[in-house]
Structure formats: C-alpha cells, structure tokens
Design a protein. Structure first.
Length: 276
C-alpha cells in the first residue's frame, strides 16, 4: 500500500488542475451506507425510481415513510477525513473541479467550495407545482408534526436517508404539501431513472477539458452519470487515477488504482502533496 500511495503522490505532484470525482465510498465512514458492495453488487433493495415517485401516490408514501426515519440519521452525518483531505487539496490550489455523486453535502461542510452536486442535494426539497425550494430539515419537522405516533424505533438504515419501514406504517403516513401552494413535495435529488441536470453536465465537461488529470475517489462508476466523464477524459487523453476499494467500471482505462479505503489514503495524499 505504501508503494501505491507513493506512486499516486508522484503522479499527482506535478498536476495543478486535478479534476476530482467522488462517490459513496468516501461517506461510508460518516455513517452513510453505500448502495453496492466491493463487487458492484446491490446490497439493498432497489431504490425508488423517478417516474414512480412522480406518478404514484403509493410510491411517494413509501418514500416519505422511509425517509422520515432515515433522514433522522442522515441529517446528523458529519464530514470524515476523506472530505477534509479533499478540501485541503482544493485549498492548496490543485483542484480544477470537484464533482460528487453524493447528495450529502459533506464536501461543502468540510470546507470545499464550488462543489458540483451532480445528483442534487438531500438537504433541500422542492414543490413540483410552484417549484419553490426549501429546507429538508424544515420539511422533516412538518412530517414529524403530521405523524406524531409514527414508530421511529430501531430500523435498518439504508443509503441516502432511506430506512427499512414496515408496510403498515407506509400506508398510514400523512404527507404534508408545499407550505406555499399545497403542491406535491419532492426531494431535490436525481432519483434512479431520473435525468442529471444538463447545465451541470455541461459545466463538468467544460472544466474537464481545462484539467490535467482525473482522480476518482470512492466510486465504482456503476452509474453512467459519473462514468461518462471518465470515458470523456480517456478520449481526450487525460491521465486517470483512482482510490477505490473494489471493482470499478472501466478500470482498464486507469493508469493507477489504489484499491484501498479512501479514509486510509486521502489524508496521506493531502499531506504528501503539502496542501494547506
């Protein structure tokens, strides 16, 4: 491992415009479970799909019943050494762009700036009718106020503010409407099957072309929304480097993959690069 870290640092040392892409692997030690295991296999039941949430009230009940419990845990998550290490590298002037597939906002909490939240932010919700955006924490209070008898006892916590909840509770959930117009409220994230913002994709591609390498941290790249940038980077000849414990999609495109946990490697990389 020491040799791999030394090789990674050597490859990064001359780089001044590192394009960083992060995934669920960097937030696991903050208590947020990942969707897949090291073999890229689903660890939990399939997540809710975008069209199902939009079209079916039963799906929205399932989502908000589970989220009422899961967000209670998710909202308490704090940045870990991975997030602080990346912020340190950015503050050292070596990062051209920081793109995350995570919706936890932990990069921003750790001090990183101009983070592109590729899949949105779970700390916000919006009204599908009037498009008003407001705090998920405020909406949590509305949910809890409408469901005072809801059993939030010991439940299995799942990725991105989800939790295992009995079906009987799902059917009984009382979902508040938009405080402004009474419309249907939706989390400000890209559900599976949803479409990533074209503006964000364009910004990512623009910054990629002005970078001198790509560093992927804690992502298997199973989701195309992130993999597309690795594919593009390969096409334009950028060196591809990664820190990821497990199998990666497109791994053959990378010059170096350090197959270890990010929390073990990133702080050492930041220190060796003498960032901040």
């Amino acid at each position: 491992m020491a040799d791999a870290v030394a090789q990674l640092v050597e490859m990064l040392y001359a780089k001044k415009r590192i394009w960083v892409l992060t995934g669920a692997g960097i937030s696991v030690s903050s208590g947020i479970p990942a969707y897949r295991d090291d073999d890229r296999t689903w660890k939990h039941s399939q997540p809710i799909q975008h069209d199902d949430f939009v079209n079916y009230s039963e799906t929205r009940k399932r989502y908000w019943a589970r989220s009422l419990v899961g967000f209670h845990h998710f909202g308490k998550a704090m940045p870990n050494p991975c997030h602080y290490a990346i912020a340190r590298i950015q503050q050292g002037g070596r990062v051209s762009s920081l793109v995350t597939q995570n919706v936890d906002r932990l990069h921003s909490q750790a001090g990183s700036r101009q983070v592109i939240d590729l899949h949105g932010r779970l700390d916000q919700v919006f009204c599908m009718n009037c498009r008003d955006v407001f705090s998920r924490f405020d909406y949590q209070r509305l949910l809890e106020g409408r469901n005072l008898g809801f059993d939030q006892g010991k439940k299995k916590i799942l990725p991105d503010g989800d939790a295992e909840v009995e079906e009987v509770l799902t059917s009984e959930i009382n979902i508040p409407g938009c405080p402004k117009c009474g419309g249907v409220v939706m989390p400000d994230v890209v559900f599976f099957g949803g479409k990533t913002s074209e503006v964000k994709v364009r910004d990512c591609l623009k910054s990629l072309k002005n970078s001198d390498c790509v560093l992927v941290c804690g992502s298997s790249l199973s989701v195309y929304s992130g993999f597309r940038f690795v594919k593009k980077a390969s096409e334009i000849g950028l060196p591809l480097l990664a820190i990821n414990k497990g199998i990666m999609r497109g791994q053959e495109l990378f010059e170096l993959v350090v197959a270890e946990a990010c929390e073990e490697i990133l702080p050492r990389v930041a220190e060796e690069l003498d960032c901040g």
